[in-house]
Design a protein around this ligand. Structure first.
Ligand code: ADP
Length: 165
């Protein structure tokens, strides 16, 4: 099932939360900064051993001091107008994160709205891709119990509510 909540993803007690990371995996602003603050310094130390991450791909680490057991770090595309493969890359972020969830036997996962902050992906289009990609994946993977879309703003919450009706 899919669920929408408004709030801070770092407070969620789920098997995995997804981080909208950058390619270095060494931390940044936005949700990335919040996740590293919540997890503590062991997270950046672990991330430093992973060799970065390509746009559209994902890597998994423990959650350390977070309530979530794992963090799945994915790198969304920077929005350059939509003709540089952004939609496929964004869909790939959701798919690769869910593949790692299945590979690790995890059942509950929470996503932020990847790429819609500093990376400027239009929020409505990003929301449609998130919901379509996740629902297609869930049709084929009953072992995932719950996917939570975490909306940081009221505007995001409304978009996700529309898209999941
Ligand atoms: P990106 O670089 O992929 O655009 P950002 O972190 O700048 O990543 O933004 C991604 C989304 O995460 C934005 O919609 C932003 O409002 C949201 N966000 C920021 N902090 C949090 C948080 N603590 N929990 C959930 N979402 C958050």
């Amino acid at each position: 099932m899919m669920e929408i909540v408004q709030g801070d993803i770092t407070t969620l007690n789920v098997d995995a939360i997804v981080n909208a990371a950058n390619a270095s995996l060494l931390g940044g602003g936005g949700v990335d900064g919040c996740i590293h603050r919540g997890a503590g310094p062991k997270l950046v130390a672990k991330c430093a051993t992973l060799g970065g991450c390509k746009t559209g791909d994902a890597k998994i680490t423990p959650g350390y001091n977070l309530p979530a057991k794992y963090v799945i770090h994915t790198v969304g595309p920077v929005w350059h107008g939509g003709k540089k493969g952004e939609p496929d890359l964004l869909a790939s972020c959701y798919r690769r994160s869910l593949e790692l969830t299945v590979e690790h036997g995890l059942r509950t996962i929470a996503f932020p709205s990847i790429s819609t902050g500093v990376y400027r992906y239009p929020k409505d289009r990003a929301c449609d891709i998130a919901v379509e990609t996740v629902s297609a994946f869930l049709e084929r993977h009953e072992e995932i119990e719950k996917v939570i879309f975490v909306c940081f703003s009221q505007e995001d919450f409304s978009l996700y509510r529309e898209a999941t009706l």
